[in-house]
Design a protein around this ligand. Structure first.
Ligand SMILES: Nc1ncnc2c1ncn2[C@@H]1O[C@H](COP(=O)(O)OP(=O)(O)OP(=O)(O)O)[C@@H](O)[C@H]1O
Length: 240
């Protein structure tokens, strides 16, 4: 479903991704782990062209995302993204945060968008918060709204960039539970995370990135119990 070929990304002189090849199949849950600054977020952001790709290619169902002929809006419809800092619109009520993209990008009519938003709020356990403003919500609730907002575009794949890193510990579980529900429903997901428990329990493949390279990948059992690479071992010895 997603094919990444020779992916390079530089910011000026700084080469952040140094040639990554990987394929992600439909319904797979991929967790990306690695030290701070290893390029995990950049890797994710290249998949939906939030970052311009310096060299190499990303294909989604055969469509090259970094082809000038590809409509970026089509990519954004297919690929939902959830950020560490929620990125909700502060001046909009929760309901409007969720309806705005389907209305603007997909021309969905107001009533249909509202029905969809209410269904999604139900799904993330926030049916009673439709009329609240983001500042009236906890961090965990804001992140669940952000997930609902991304789902409103009916994406085929969801990217999560450290979705629980900005949350107080007691709120982490409520967000991970929503993500687990999505995984059980068959959503394809790529998750940059420091939550090793989630990675171990939920994902099909773990990617260990270090210094802009995909150092090692495998099932959670392989990576967590029998890592091959010295750098993987060193990283896991610090975080497990
Ligand atoms: N827009 C940017 N301009 C310049 N440098 C950037 C930009 N975005 C990221 N970088 C640099 O790229 C490198 C990789 O950053 P990235 O955020 O992808 O790493 P990461 O593995 O996700 O780190 P963390 O776990 O701390 O979030 C870092 O050195 C970072 O400073």
């Amino acid at each position: 479903m997603i094919k990444i070929e020779g992916l390079h990304k530089s910011f000026g002189e700084l080469e952040v991704l140094k040639g990554i090849d990987y394929e992600i199949n439909e319904k797979e849950i991929i967790c990306v782990i690695g030290p701070s600054g290893s390029g995990k977020s950049t890797f994710l952001r290249c998949i939906n062209m939030l970052e311009e790709i310096t060299a190499g290619s990303v294909f989604i169902d055969g469509v090259k995302v970094n082809d000038p002929k590809t409509n970026i809006n089509d990519i954004r419809k297919d690929v939902g993204m959830v950020f560490q800092q929620f990125n909700l619109f502060p001046h909009m009520k929760v309901l409007d945060n969720i309806t705005v993209s389907p209305r603007k990008v997909k021309n969905m009519d107001a009533k249909e968008a509202e029905i969809l938003a209410r269904q999604l709020l139900e799904k993330v356990g926030l049916a009673d918060k439709a009329n609240a403003y983001p500042e009236q919500l906890s961090g965990g609730q804001m992140q669940r709204v952000a997930i609902a907002r991304a789902l409103a575009m009916k994406p085929r794949v969801m990217l999560f960039d450290e979705p629980t890193s900005a949350l107080d510990p007691e709120m982490v579980k409520e967000v991970l539970d929503v993500m687990k529900q999505l995984a059980y429903e068959g959503m394809t997901m790529v998750v940059v995370t420091h939550e090793m428990g989630f990675a171990r329990e939920m994902c099909d493949r773990v990617l260990f990135m270090d210094q802009g390279l995909l150092m090692e990948e495998g099932t959670p059992a392989q990576i967590f119990n029998h890592p091959n690479h010295e750098r993987t071992k060193a990283f896991l010895s610090k975080v497990l």
